[in-house]
Every structure is written in C-alpha cells, then in structure tokens.
Design a protein around this ligand. Structure first.
Ligand code: UDP
Length: 275
C-alpha cells in the first residue's frame, strides 16, 4: 500500500471538508440491532467507513470473583481492534489505547444502566472494531448502548456519542480518519439525551475557551440526531409493522398471547363459570 499523503487542505475554499461534508454534517450512519446469534444483545454500526460490532452477555455470574461489587453489577467493557481494521497490521495483544477506550466507554455507558438491580453480577460488553476510519470510541458507544437495550438490560436511556474536532482551524462534527490525523484536535462526547448530561468528555489537541463553548453544543445537537437513529434502529428490530395491504386487526399476536395463557394456567382456569 502506498504511504498516505496529507491532503492539501482539510477545508476547501467553498467551506467543505475533504469528503465533501459541511462542517456540521455527520457521516452516513447505519445501525442494526440483533446481529449476533449467540449474544444476549448485539448491534452494529457503520459510520462512514468505520464499522463496529458490539455484543452483550449478562447479567451473569462474575469471574474472577474478586471483582465482585456487592451493591451493583460490574460493567465490563472490552474494546478491541481487529488486526486488519487499520492500514498497519494491528498487533493482537491489547494496547494501552484499547484499555483506555474500554474504560472510557464503560464510564460513558454506566450512568444510563440500573446496575444496582444486579448486585454481584457482571454485564459484559464486547466491542470489536472491524474497520477503523476515525471516531471509533464514539461509534462503539452508539452500538454498545443499542446492544445493551437489545439484551433487555434496564436502562434510563440510550447513549449517543460523537466527536467535534478542528480542521484547518474550523470546528467540524464527526471526524473522518484524515481529519483525525491532520486536524488540530478533537473532543469526543456522549450524552444522556433527556437531561443533556455529558457522560464522556475528552479533549485531544488544544482548543480555546470560545471554541469549546461552540464545540459542545455542536456535539450535543449531533448526539440528539444520533439518538433518533438509535431509537429508529430499535423500533425496526422490535416493532412488527403490518405489511402492505395487511389489516392491523388481522395481527395474530393477541391469539399468541391467549395461547400462552392457556399454557401457563391450564385450560380449565380459562373456562367460563357454568352456573
Ligand atoms: N488508528 C490507527 N491505528 C491504531 C489506532 C488508531 O490507524 O492503532 C486510527 C483509526 O482510524 C482511529 C483513528 O486513528 O479511528 C483515531 O484514533 P483515536 O485514538 O483518536 O480514537 P478514535 O477517534 O477512533 O475514537
């Protein structure tokens, strides 16, 4: 592969970015729920060329036991990049960066989960980066939050995340790899949409106070948009929509419910009184 060259500009004379986006424009995002058969919950995200899968197991018994927390579940997040996910082969051994991202993703997700409902248990979140093209920690949070919901873990909210960065001195939302490498810094953030509380706020590079005061609302607004996409992805997975021409009332889900009752109670309990 030929060595990567720094682009001549990150913001064009027309004010557009290397991939043609406006400064406040996100990359195309595709979210899917329930993508793994074995996991209790799972989701995938494609954000531009970044592609990540998250799988959730639990709540379940925690090993090793010495990590047990008596008042809440232990949220164990493992973020890993596939060896083929980056241009240079990624060494399989966990790097310091992967350990740091595992920790910040756990901290970003934990405030949304009712961990206190499962003392002594563990909730495992495995995140695999299949292809990295910038913004993997935020994309990982977007997918992991959906995977937790898919696993039926009680949560206050889904957590959306995005990074705002600086390219050629201009604030831009959702950096691609070139902007990440050749820009002047980025501020990844995650929020609880209902309250606007930040559950992740990091900074790489230098920003003036004014730039930060502008970057944070830009990120929050992008997070609110991603939150809508997350809700739509969950609905697509769980809400059965009537097919074209099908009448809603033909829906046989209520019959299924009655069948379940018969199985649970025994037919006799459902028979009407004969007096
Ligand atoms: N990256 C890479 N090799 C690595 C780690 C990262 O090429 O070993 C690239 C990858 O595209 C990643 C980007 O650098 O998305 C930015 O990495 P950073 O540590 O800023 O985290 P991220 O933006 O992915 O959350």
């Amino acid at each position: 592969m030929s060595p990567e060259k720094r682009p001549d500009f990150l913001i064009s004379a027309e004010g557009l970015r290397v991939d043609g986006r406006r400064p406040d424009e996100l990359r195309p995002i595709e979210l899917k729920v329930g993508v793994l058969k074995q996991a209790d919950g799972s989701a995938s995200i494609r954000q531009g060329k970044t592609y990540i899968i998250a799988g959730v197991y639990g709540p379940r018994e925690l090993h090793p036991r010495h990590l047990t927390l008596n008042d809440r579940a232990y949220l164990r997040v493992v973020y890993r990049m596939a060896t083929f996910s980056v241009p240079d082969r990624k060494r399989p051994a966990p790097s310091r960066r992967e350990k740091e991202i595992s920790m910040v993703v756990a901290n970003a997700l934990a405030p949304s989960i009712f961990l206190e409902e499962f003392p002594k248990a563990v909730i495992d979140v495995f995140i695999q980066v299949i292809q990295a093209d910038g913004g993997t920690r935020c994309a990982a949070i977007n997918a992991a939050s959906l995977a937790l919901a898919d696993a039926g873990i009680p949560m206050r909210s889904l957590i959306p995340a995005v990074a705002v960065g600086k390219a050629d001195g201009k604030l831009v939302v959702d950096l691609g790899d070139e902007e990440d490498k050749y820009g002047q810094g980025d501020v990844p953030m995650a929020i609880i949409p209902q309250t606007g509380d930040l559950t992740l706020l990091q900074q790489d590079g230098s920003f003036t106070r004014e730039e930060l005061m502008e970057a944070i609302p830009m990120g929050i607004s992008a997070c609110n948009y991603i939150h809508e996409l997350q809700k739509e992805a969950l609905k697509r997975a769980y809400v059965r929509r009537p097919e074209d021409g099908e009448d809603d009332e033909d829906d046989d889900s209520y019959d299924d419910y009655e069948d379940d009752l018969e199985t649970d109670l025994g037919e006799a309990d459902l028979m009407e009184d004969e007096d």
